[in-house]
Design a protein around this ligand. Sequence first.
Ligand SMILES: [Cu+2]
Length: 293
Amino acid sequence: MLSKHAKLWIALIAVVSLMSLASSCTKKDDEAEDGGAPTTKPYVAKGNEGTISGVVSYNGAAPEAKKIDTAADPACTSKSPNLMTEEWVVKDGKLGNTFVYIKDGTLADGSKIDSWGFTAPTTAVTLDQNGCHYKPHVLGVMAKQPINITNSDPTTHNIHFTPKKNPDWNQSQPNGAAALIHTLNAPEVSPSLVQVKCNQHPWMKSYVGVLKHPFFAVTGEDGSFTIKGVPPGKYTVVAWHEGGANGTEKTMEVTVPASGAAKADFSFGATALGQPSSLQMLPALEVPMAMKH
Ligand SMILES: [Cu+2]
């Protein structure tokens, strides 16, 4: 028979070893979450990928673009005498500059989209300062993909990325200066895309969505978007627009069939007058149900 003392020691050793086992497990999980360890395997296209496309609408009377007072910099006034705000780009009830992306989801084989690795393109995306506004106003990149920043204006700009999950970055770029390259290493889309501003011209704003996969798109002036090369599966798709304090998100579930197309139509804005508010819910409910077989 073991003495009371020995029993106590055995129990203590068992508890301590269980605790260390538990802590090593937790550590492994943490590593997987921050993407530091190569826990994701590279996704290889199978040839049965599909698309997610749709149209983003604006319900009700669209807020009108306002003329920007550029008097603080005569170079801006002479190049862009009629510079207008771009917060709401609405044409025939369709909303431009909306960033649409896959938030999460499960592939047809049961694996999570998050468990796959996608290589960022080495090709840079250009963000031009032209006429004292940014072109484009909203853009998407993959994490670690270079952003090529150009100054096409006869004045000095000071580009300032103000992210929450990436380091702050702030560079002056005089007229004629060489392009600047900037990369954002951490995904950042929620609650807001990364806001870019100009310290010289307070009206200048643009938004950059950063994702670890290539499944995103920005709506054109006609409100349409297409996300290509999507593995068959069931996804949560988010449409983000800068309107509101931190922007506004709309979410929808879609199913992408093998080699097929899923529809995701979103709508922003006020509920149209005289219509029951439940009508606004219809597109969000109808689409995923229609996709189920
Ligand atoms: Cu500027």
